[in-house]
Design a protein around this ligand. Structure first.
Ligand code: HEM
Ligand SMILES: [Cu+2]
Length: 576
């Protein structure tokens, strides 16, 4: 009630309160979005350097010069970390979730606006600390985004493993704190602030996805935070959680009794749910858009909700599939393998329902929809290699090869990015009051779809042919020579794909100021954000609280006047 009263007044006036330390979930959502946009360009730039190095190993590159093996590992670590944390965890959940979750459930703001502001600025600090690792003596760490001990736990194990690694771990810890605050806010908002009539089973699937993602975040980030603190203690205060008795360069280190496997368990207990944290919001967006642009109710709404829930639960009992190489007992490996295969069931249900939604539909192929269909395509293509890697006998030869790089980029990286593009093209009119350019959107889609498939599909073949991952130089290995043409092709595809992203950025900023004015509901959609003004007023609904009478996907309802029934249309328009 307090939050609602506060929001009935006019919005804040000063620049700082309005745009910098804003308490408005919409501004905070945009802040997260633009943070992720900066991060994705940094991450892409690093990947470009890696790919160029792979085919021209002695080239002098901007900012880094000639890439040495340890430089390659630093680029790899920072690329993976920035992409996973500051892009995939930031934009789909904290960015779009912040902006649209309160509006879609008919609330004036998040439950805890101050906490919301704090979680954004904490994330921002984490990003700055992460980037700082590039500039300290020794540079960024080498230990990969997974930070495996003992490499990460010893300060003398490599050039980036001194201050750079401390900054890396500190940044991750700060990021965890921010994510925990965000998760609490999302969960409370959904449970407490839904408008009258907005029952849980009338929530759009985007809200369900943000809700379940927040629960996963609450359970997973706490574990990573604790693991990270222990790692800092090992590095700086002489404890021995992760380091057994080791000798480095003939010198006995001051640690004993720890277990490097403890880190792997704690990391992947977070790490596997994390891949769902990255992808679930994209699933929500894809469901929303497929239904809207197919002008049909989503096929199997309840099944979609239960599938999201079971993916969430199963996601916590499969972390061992990342550790088949660690020498775990075959009995444990078998259990993790079975559980992993079981996740295929809810994933297949979702895919089946998406296709069911498209079946015999009069589809409107506008850019947001193209990206939603692209999301489904990438999710399936990336997912198909999952059952291979879920089996220890196949994972052991494939694990440290480019096969895994192809698999996880498709299913987690690129699919989630397609979810973000879909969300951007779809919600842009609501956020900025103008339309994006449709032709540029389509060109961007075609190049990005063909480009990402060209980069990551051939990696499966490279992996099966034995090309290792996290490896700096292939040009001198005789047994990999015949793969060089394919490696060159991948690098060219990466250059084209990355260049095409500037089409998106130009479209984004140009349309923000010059795009044609958008109506309140340009896509003829049904959910609450389309019932309010464009862009929405400070309190979201201009002084009144919406009342909900319908489910979220009432398209082509027999007997209704239009081909869609908005959630707030008076009862009686349909049977619901
Ligand atoms: C233009 C798009 C991208 C290209 C060309 C690219 C390229 C690469 C390359 C070359 C590697 C190193 C592989 C190795 O040596 O093992 C890598 C690793 C990685 N990438 Fe990407 N990537 C792209 C986008 C993304 C995205 C969107 C994500 C988000 C999840 C991502 C996450 C990762 C991760 C987690 C690693 C592993 C880092 C590690 O092993 O510690 N990448 N990527
Ligand atoms: Cu996993």
């Amino acid at each position: 009630m307090v939050a609602q009263d506060a929001h009935a007044h006019a919005g804040p006036q000063g620049f700082i309160r309005k745009y910098v330390f804003s308490l408005d979930h919409k501004v905070i959502g945009l802040q997260y979005y633009f943070l992720a946009l900066v991060a994705v360009f940094v991450g892409m730039f690093l990947s470009l350097l890696m790919r160029i190095h792979m085919i021209w190993p002695t080239a002098m590159l901007p900012l880094v010069g000639e890439i040495k093996p340890e430089t390659y590992l630093q680029l790899l670590t920072m690329h993976g970390t920035i992409m996973v944390f500051f892009v995939l965890t930031t934009a789909p959940q904290s960015g779009f979730g912040n902006y649209f979750l309160p509006i879609q459930i008919g609330a004036p703001d998040m439950a805890f606006p101050v906490l919301n502001m704090l979680s954004f600025w904490t994330t921002f600090v984490a990003f700055v600390v992460m980037l700082a690792a590039f500039f300290v003596t020794g540079g960024a760490p080498l230990h990969g985004w997974t930070g495996y001990a003992p490499l990460s736990a010893l300060t003398n194990s490599g050039p980036g493993e001194q201050l750079g690694a401390d900054l890396w771990i500190t940044s991750i810890a700060i990021f965890c704190i921010a994510s925990l605050m965000g998760a609490l806010n999302f969960i409370t908002t959904i449970l407490d602030l839904r408008a009258k009539g907005m029952t849980m089973m009338r929530m759009p699937l985007t809200c369900w996805a943000w809700f379940i993602t927040a629960i996963l975040g609450l359970l997973a980030f706490g574990v990573l935070l604790s693991a990270g603190i222990l790692l800092l203690l090992d590095r700086n205060l002489g404890t021995s959680f992760y380091v057994p008795l080791v000798v480095v360069n003939g010198q006995v280190m001051g640690h004993k009794g720890g277990s490097p496997l403890l880190w792997q368990h704690l990391f992947w207990f977070f790490g596997h749910p994390e891949v769902y944290i990255a992808i679930l919001p994209g699933m929500g967006v894809a469901s929303q858009l497929l239904s809207t642009f197919a002008r049909k109710p989503i096929f199997g709404y309840k099944a979609m909700v239960y599938a999201l829930m079971s993916i969430g639960v199963l996601g916590f009992v499969v972390w061992g599939h990342h550790m088949f190489m660690s020498g775990m007992s075959p009995y444990s490996a078998f259990a993790f393998s079975i559980m992993t295969m079981a996740i295929g069931v809810p994933s297949a249900i979702k895919t089946f329902n998406w296709l069911g939604t498209l079946y015999k539909a009069k589809i409107r192929f506008q850019t947001p929809m193209l990206y939603a269909i692209g999301f489904v395509s990438l999710f399936v293509s990336g997912g198909l290699s999952g059952p291979f890697l879920a089996q220890p006998v196949l994972d052991i030869p494939l694990h440290d090869t480019a096969f895994v790089v192809g698999h996880f980029h498709l299913i987690m990286g690129v699919a989630a990015i397609f979810g973000m593009f879909a969300g951007t093209y779809y919600w842009f009119p609501k956020m900025f009051g103008r339309m994006m350019n449709e032709s540029l959107g389509r060109i961007h889609f075609v190049i990005t779809l063909i480009g990402t498939y060209s980069i990551f599909m051939p990696m499966h073949y490279l992996g099966m042919a034995g090309q290792p991952r996290r490896y700096s130089q292939f040009t001198e290995l005789a047994y990999l020579q015949h793969l060089m043409p394919l490696n060159r092709f991948i690098t060219y595809a990466a250059i084209v794909t990355i260049a095409a992203q500037f089409i998106f950025v130009i479209n984004l900023f140009w349309s923000m100021f010059k795009g044609p004015k958008a109506s309140d509901n340009p896509w003829e959609a049904t959910t609450l954000e389309w019932t309010t003004a464009t862009p929405p007023p400070h309190d979201n609904f201009g002084g009144h609280t919406p009342v909900v009478y319908h489910g979220p996907y009432e398209y082509s309802v027999p007997g209704a006047a239009k081909d869609y029934v908005m959630q707030t249309d008076p009862a009686g328009v349909t049977a619901h």
